[in-house]
Design a binder for this molecule. Structure first.
Ligand SMILES: [Fe+2]
Length: 198
């Protein structure tokens, strides 16, 4: 078995610590399964990182959590260390209910999973960035998902009302639930997500 990249190892450990203090119930069980799987190491990517224009909002989106003494500052530092290797991509396919600026105002990056720093198919850990005033399309997927929100922003689950988890908020999307997110008008949205694919 090969060894996991040192920066990725540190990021995953910090993410685990943060989630452990913020999950309960289904989210907790799902995160447990993800970290079980992570005991096996996937394939290290040789790819170079790639930015999209919207990535100009990445640093501003992390300003608050990167501040010394913030509860998420360690995670921010670990995330910062892996950022140069991430490949940012636009979401393919239709975009129901997305804002008109969606195409050029969002990007997703896989950290662990297909196209990630560690390539594998059994789990996804990645993040989404939205420019201020951008609404992500309604979407659903079979795998359950846990979000860790790193910025202001609003989220939608099923037929519910928009809610604001706040910086450091964690929530669970059950398999198949329709969901969406939207950045506030005056701040970018940055959120990490974990999917337990199979
Ligand atoms: Fe999702």
């Amino acid at each position: 078995m090969s060894e996991r990249d040192i920066d990725l190892t540190a990021f995953l450990a910090s993410l685990k610590d943060v989630l452990a203090s913020r999950t309960d119930g289904n989210a907790d069980a799902m995160v447990g399964r993800i970290y079980e799987k992570l005991q096996d190491i996937g394939e290290a990517s040789e790819a170079d990182g790639h930015l999209l224009p919207v990535c100009e909002y990445l640093t501003p989106a992390m300003d608050v959590i990167a501040e010394e003494g913030h509860p998420l500052s360690e995670l921010a530092g670990r995330l910062h260390a892996v950022l140069p290797r991430l490949v940012w991509r636009a979401r393919p396919g239709p975009a129901p209910n997305a804002s008109t600026n969606f195409a050029e105002s969002h990007a997703n990056a896989m950290i662990v999973g297909p196209g990630g720093i560690e390539g594998r198919r059994d789990l996804w850990i990645g993040m989404s960035l939205l420019a201020p005033g951008t609404r992500y399309p309604d979407h659903d997927h079979a795998p359950p998902e846990v979000y860790l929100v790193l910025s202001p922003g609003r989220f939608l689950q099923g037929g519910g009302e928009w809610f604001s988890p706040g910086i450091g908020g964690v929530f669970y999307n059950p398999p198949g639930i329709l969901h969406a997110m939207a950045a506030d008008e005056d701040a970018p949205l940055l959120a990490l997500w974990l999917l337990d694919v199979r």
